[in-house]
Design a protein around this ligand. Sequence first.
Ligand code: NAD
Ligand code: TYD
Length: 360
Amino acid sequence: MHTYLVTGGAGFIGSNYIHYMFKKYGDDIRIINVDKLTYAGNLENLKDIENRPNYSFVRADICDKDAISAVFAKEDIDRVVHFAAESHVDRSIESPEVFVQTNVLGTAVMLNCAKAAWELPDGTFKPDHKFLHVSTDEVYGSLEEDGGYFYETTPYAPHSPYSASKASSDMLVKAYMDTYKFPANITNCSNNYGPFQFPEKLIPLIINNALQGKKLPVYGDGKNVRDWLYVEDHAKAIDMVQEKGRLFETYNIGGHNEKQNIQIIHIILDTLREMLPESDPRRANVTDDLITYVTDRKGHDRRYAIAPDKIKAEIGWEPETMFEQGIRKTIQWFFENEEWMKNVTSGDYEKYYDSMYSNR
Ligand code: NAD
Ligand code: TYD
């Protein structure tokens, strides 16, 4: 039986991953979720599994090496899946330091604690112990509009403080693999969407604003391209890489689903109109007039696109959820979880939203 230490399991992708893993393995695994519960971490995301005897939660900062080594000392962990990070580009432009702190220093602490717990006296590591570092395609920089893809061999060229901090954390993982033969993998994934995504990110923000008849802010000309992947497909890929991937390798994970931001917004509006019954008062709010072009993001990367050839050839993973189906599932989830949205958008989020969008 594997015992997982999952960092950032109360966030968007981490909580979807934990759900996926219990759905797949049931009682055959244990998961210890370590999360600091920043604004982005929410235990409501895990309320249906919180009483499982094979799940536990530890509130800790990944930068706190005493707290992290205590988890390794208490539990016989043989799998680490490291999601915890500051993850929003706009916030990184406003406050870069916390991104360096959590994403770089926090990853160094995670690596060091795992190394200390797993290293044998001869400098090798306990057999079948593995660390997976969850990263982003944004480390590769920006692609031209008219072609090209990110491959595992594409040189790193991050632009935002967020992607620079993720690139730095990837480099630390690579350094541990090269220097100590530390048993790890890195995955670099494209933009995710799905249930439990915090509404500062494009897709949940547009769904939430449209339902309330609030403006839909489009940065720049709206033609920046992202490659969208349904979050459960990402969770599956992470598990497959950890169990079937070659150790020390990087795998790119992508949706084969490139879309301009403005296309995404039109798809969401059309799907909302299709899914909301005539009798629902929110239907009248959902109009194209809400689309509002605002000042562009500083240093806005033009296009991201992943070629997931390696993960398909070596591991057999492919994206399964078509965008049209994934966006319906996501919207349906938001319809059924209005309370969740209300809770996360009250208080601090409201302040963030006002300060971020008031002078755009
Ligand atoms: P998220 O912001 O929704 O969640 C991050 C989680 O980490 C939260 O639960 C938060 O409380 C926790 N956390 C933050 N700082 C911490 C700290 N110092 N100590 C302990 N916990 C801390 O992020 P997400 O979208 O779920 O992303 C998860 C990971 O996946 C990140 O590493 C991100 O870089 C990567 N990623 C995200 C995307 C995407 O589209 N969202 C795409 C590719 C890769
Ligand atoms: P985001 O969801 O923040 O993800 P990332 O920056 O990591 O790709 O943004 C996705 C795209 O949507 C990006 O090109 C910026 C754009 N965007 C808007 O046009 N308006 C918004 O309000 C937000 C949050 C993003």
